[in-house]
Design a protein around this ligand. Structure first.
Ligand code: NDP
Length: 246
């Protein structure tokens, strides 16, 4: 029986690469999109043309009830979730001086509360079945901090605290919980940064002299989802071209 993988935010740059990789490996892949996203249908048909028959559900990952309803529907339609990739995320960058409460809250809710909201309805089932993979997509900026990102760095660092604590609780039950901390990857989130800032400030910080590729992160997600990764838990794996080494 194919395992079911639920990838939040699968229509974004990184999430799409993760969906494609997991599907290619034989997982039944389900993803989510924000309830207001009008491009979901066209993304699904585009993927279908490429041979990927994904299912997608509207879900505001920052909202507890929306997340519970989404997982219930997925389980009813497709089956219990074996692999959860908490990938959906946003940035609202501004210096702390300008940071207001709505932009703080939006980033905390979408990047950190979402991890609780989505993990809560799948974790007990994984424990009962004795197998599960929870993979949280954090960021290099959660590890080292970043100018203008007090909200994002706090949320992304918080994700790894969650990973470590939950990993301890479920370690004996065949469920692993890990964090991936990508550096700058060439997705829309990064391409929205003005090109002069990318060229003069960001690329020079990366020893490999280039942005990462979504497929490179997807390969790591695939590994952590696999049988071979059964002994990896509570880890925070950096994938950043050498930008930050711990
Ligand atoms: P994108 O902006 O391309 O994709 C983000 C995804 O998150 C979209 O699919 C979006 O769905 C979804 N999303 C946002 N808010 C919500 C919400 N409230 N409910 C449900 N879904 C939501 O970003 P990336 O693909 O680049 O980033 C993916 C993850 O990787 C993020 O967590 C990001 O922080 C992290 N990351 C990215 C890096 C990079 O360099 N790109 C580096 C390090 C970490 P919709 O469009 O439907 O709203």
């Amino acid at each position: 029986m194919a395992r079911v993988a639920l990838v939040t935010g699968g229509m974004g740059g990184l999430g799409e690469a993760v969906c494609i990789k997991l599907a290619a490996l034989g997982y039944k892949v389900v993803t989510t999109y924000s309830p207001g996203n009008t491009k979901a249908e066209s993304w699904l048909s585009q993927m279908k043309e490429q041979g990927y028959d994904f299912k997608a559900y509207p879900c505001d990952v920052s909202d507890y009830d929306s997340a519970q309803a989404c997982v219930r529907q997925v389980e009813q339609d497709v089956g219990p979730v074996d692999v959860l990739v908490n990938n959906a995320g946003i940035t609202r960058d501004m210096t702390f001086k300008k940071m207001d409460k709505p932009n703080w809250d939006a980033v905390m809710k979408t990047n950190l509360d979402s991890v609780f909201n989505m993990t809560k309805p799948v974790c007990d089932g994984m424990v009962e079945r004795g197998w599960g993979r929870i993979i949280n997509i954090s960021s290099v900026n959660g590890q080292k901090g970043a100018f203008g990102q007090t909200n994002y760095s706090a949320a992304k660092a918080g994700m790894h605290g969650f990973t470590k604590a939950l990993a301890l609780e479920v370690a004996r039950k065949g469920v692993t919980v890990n964090t991936i901390s990508p550096g700058y990857i060439g997705t829309k989130m990064v391409m929205d940064i003005p090109s002069e800032v990318l060229e003069s400030k960001i690329i020079p910080q990366i020893p490999m002299g280039r942005l990462g590729k979504p497929e490179e992160v997807a390969g790591l997600v695939a590994y952590l989802s696999s049988e071979e990764a059964a002994f990896v838990t509570g880890a925070n794996i950096a994938i950043n071209g050498g930008q930050h080494m711990q």
